[in-house]
Design a protein around this ligand. Structure first.
Ligand SMILES: [Mn+2]
Length: 341
């Protein structure tokens, strides 16, 4: 492994407030828990995005650096992320009776959304690291910062505390998480540290332009075919301030969609001038639709999704809505209209 010189994280974080007493205690407890663990597993949310995968891989590589073997579990993920260091080590299956003495959940607000929650719950000790404001604090130790634009950015603080060297490989995974959750350092929530960290990563040879081209500007062919359907079906409501579109299971079958091929389709609506909220529905079995909501700069879509048992961030959130297309559509649009002003 090509290990480059360590980044001076103290320099990067100099403008940041020092971790307060509570955070320092959490980090101290976390370090002890990790040091004492011998069988560690890393979990993340269903339909893992770049932050979920990047965070998982960077923790895996970081643990390896300090001599800890860990198991990463993800039943499926987009092949767009297969280039990431360590991606080949991801397990798509786990033995039913597998028992871990430490389970770590990353980028996941809720046990319900955690892929592999049964192993997480059976683990002797658990740690949650996340940046969702709706986090349920379901770990023994919870390190949650809802102001951070990506779970991967929170991990920088933790890795620094653990005195782990940010290698080119770890940096590649971390920046993937930050790039995908910020739309390429664009969305609100990015901080001076986001850019400073990116600058430091460039210095140690992390190829941010190539990573960005791969994770932000490349579509699989099925994703492109789905995008055409989504664009054709786009409807606008509330004087063009709400955009709505959807795909059903038949659409995904038609284009031979694989894991992750629906990612980003919600952004089509958001890109239309005048749209404040983009709503995208994706059929999930007979029972209903997974709704993804994005807003441009005003409406807190996390609040809307919370009403349906979901959650997320103010500008990006999701939930599950029961019913057929017409019912799910009416429910989510009806609720969103109430939040427009
Ligand atoms: Mn995230």
């Amino acid at each position: 492994m090509n290990i480059l010189k360590p980044i001076d994280l103290t320099k990067i974080l100099k403008n940041k407030e020092e971790p307060n007493d509570k955070e320092n205690k959490t980090l101290k407890d976390m370090k002890k828990m990790v040091e004492e663990a011998s069988k560690i597993a890393i979990f993340t949310h269903e339909s893992p995005d770049g932050d979920a995968i990047g965070s998982t891989l960077s923790v895996y590589l970081a643990l390896k650096q300090i001599g800890k073997e860990a198991t990463m579990y993800m039943p499926e993920h987009s092949r767009l992320f297969d280039f990431l260091p360590g991606a080949k080590e991801i397990k798509t299956e786990l033995n039913e009776n597998e028992q871990f003495d430490l389970a770590i959940a990353l980028d996941c607000s809720d046990l319900k959304r955690l892929e592999g929650s049964e192993w997480f719950e059976n683990a002797a000790n658990t740690i949650v690291v996340d940046h969702h404001g709706t986090n349920m604090m379901f770990g023994d130790i919870n390190f949650v910062n809802s102001v951070s634009p990506a779970c991967a950015q929170i991990l920088i603080t933790i890795l620094e505390y653990f005195e782990i060297e940010i290698t080119k490989e770890i940096g590649t995974c971390l920046v993937t998480g930050i790039l995908t959750d910020t739309g390429g350092f664009q969305y609100e929530g990015v901080t001076p540290e986001t850019y400073e960290f990116a600058g430091e990563l460039l210095r140690v040879g992390v190829d941010i332009p190539s990573i960005s081209a791969r994770v932000l500007q490349t579509r699989t062919m099925p994703n492109f075919e789905l995008l055409k359907k989504v664009a054709n079906r786009m409807e606008l409501f509330e004087n063009g301030r709400i955009a709505f579109s959807y795909i059903d299971e038949k659409d995904e079958e038609e284009v031979n969609a694989e894991a992750g091929d629906h990612e980003g389709l919600v952004d089509v609506g958001r890109s239309i001038e005048g749209v404040e909220v983009s709503i995208f529905l994706r059929q999930k079995g007979e029972e209903g639709y997974k709704a993804s909501l994005r807003s441009v700069n005003k409406v807190n879509v996390s609040d809307i999704c919370y009403l349906f048992g979901g959650g997320g961030h103010p500008r990006a959130a999701g939930c599950f809505i029961k019913g057929n297309l017409e019912q799910a559509k009416n429910k989510i649009i009806g609720e969103t209209k109430k939040w427009m002003d």
